[in-house]
Ligand binder design. Structure first.
Ligand SMILES: Cc1ncc(COP(=O)(O)O)c(C=O)c1O
Length: 384
């Protein structure tokens, strides 16, 4: 089957809710993808910050094979060894007092859990999020998403419970938070919005404002988490510890799993029966999470992300004279003609993504080679 035949099946049988490029991949290895004709691509998108260990990582492949022979799914009605072990591994890389995890299946679900938890814990119902943010597509996470383009046609959903403030504006946040605020929910770097870092001052102020009013500070680490920004979690770039944070994407290295992480005190709010999910935290997903964390520790991928990213950032800035922003291996190249640069990269067999504001988003696997990064730098140099 070629890509055009896949396209024809797609349009006949699938919802047409994605604006797909006419590319279809048959397999991947490390940071490389191969299309149906065997053409090789350097992938600087990584399934939108998902495939942190690249494709077909041998440790992940082993875990999946072994775990699928043993136990893929068992209900949360029972104790699950792999779930407890994955939560222990996650706690080992989280700052105190964040050591309690609820596993779910996606980023949106992780945010839903965080919001329910904050409302229940504080006994309050209002939530503040940032304009231009992205938190997912389910009812509450879409309501939290401060971008009309995603909400249009679906409102009000739960938007009456949310207030949206300008990202980075401390005074506006101060004015918005009050004694009815259950939580402030923010991304450390707005990903879909255009790779926009919140900044240390803003995040530290948000932490203080939440403390002043007894509101919880929830950080959405769905895209920034698991080493992407050169730290295990994006908030660590700002010296701030949230009350709750959410993960998905890279947590499963390509397997769909998410998590909501908090302190023992806040986690205790949810009593048996108050929240749950059938698939969340199944043995397969959790064995994978543990492997992802073990490999990241063993191969020092977080440090690698910081070092490779910092060097790449200055090279890109040098050859393009454009603004390059972000942390670690989550960079945004602010160019006027992002789509044209994306096409130029594709002509050179390199995949990049264009996100909010036409910014070229660079979110390669954390195992990416220096050669692959340099190949894109060369495209930028020729383009600019
Ligand atoms: C910051 C952030 N939060 C939440 C989500 C939603 O995650 P999911 O698509 O897994 O529901 C995304 C997805 O891009 C995201 O970038």
């Amino acid at each position: 089957m070629n890509a055009n035949e896949v396209k024809s099946l797609d349009s006949q049988y699938l919802f047409q809710n994605y604006g797909r490029q006419n590319l279809c991949f048959a397999k991947g290895e490390a940071e490389f993808l191969y299309d149906l004709d065997g053409k090789k691509y350097i992938d600087l998108v990584a399934g939108i910050a998902v495939n942190a260990l690249g494709y077909a990582h041998p440790d992940l492949v082993n875990t999946i094979c072994e775990q699928s022979r043993k136990l893929m799914h068992v209900s949360n009605l029972y104790l699950i060894k792999e779930q407890a072990e994955a939560a222990e591994a996650l706690a080992s890389v989280c700052p105190d007092p964040l050591c309690k995890t609820l596993f779910v299946n996606s980023g949106a679900e992780a945010n839903e859990a965080a919001l329910k938890l904050a409302v229940k814990h504080t006994g309050r119902s209002r939530v503040i999020t940032a304009k231009n943010s992205f938190h997912g597509r389910t009812a509450a996470s879409l309501s939290a998403t401060g971008q009309p383009k995603y909400q249009n046609g679906f409102t009000p959903l739960l938007s009456h419970a949310f207030d949206y403030v300008e990202y980075g504006n401390i005074e506006e946040l101060k004015a918005a938070v009050n004694s009815e605020t259950a939580a402030v929910l923010m991304e450390p770097v707005q990903g879909e919005g255009g790779v926009i870092p919140a900044g240390k001052e803003y995040f530290q102020a948000a932490r203080e404002i939440c403390d002043d009013y007894g509101a919880l500070f929830i950080v959405d680490e769905v895209q920034t988490g698991m080493g992407r920004t050169g730290k295990w979690f994006g908030f660590e770039n700002y010296g701030v510890v949230p009350d709750i944070f959410t993960l998905a994407k890279a947590l499963g290295g390509g397997f769909p799993i998410g998590a909501c992480v908090t302190s023992p005190e806040i986690a205790e709010t949810l009593k048996p029966g108050m929240h749950g999910t059938t698939f969340g935290g199944n043995p397969m997903g959790c064995a994978i999470v543990k492997t992802v964390i073990d490999v990241m520790k063993r191969d020092q991928l977080v440090k690698r992300s910081a070092e490779l990213g910092a060097a790449w950032m200055s090279q890109l800035a040098k050859v393009s004279s454009s603004t390059v922003r972000g942390f670690g291996l989550m960079l945004g190249l602010v160019v006027d003609n992002g789509r044209e640069l994306q096409s130029a990269a594709l002509e050179n067999g390199i995949l990049v993504n264009v996100c909010g504001g036409g910014v070229v988003r660079l979110i390669p696997p954390l195992i990416v080679s220096q050669d692959s990064l340099s190949a894109f730098t060369k495209v930028v140099e020729d383009f600019c």
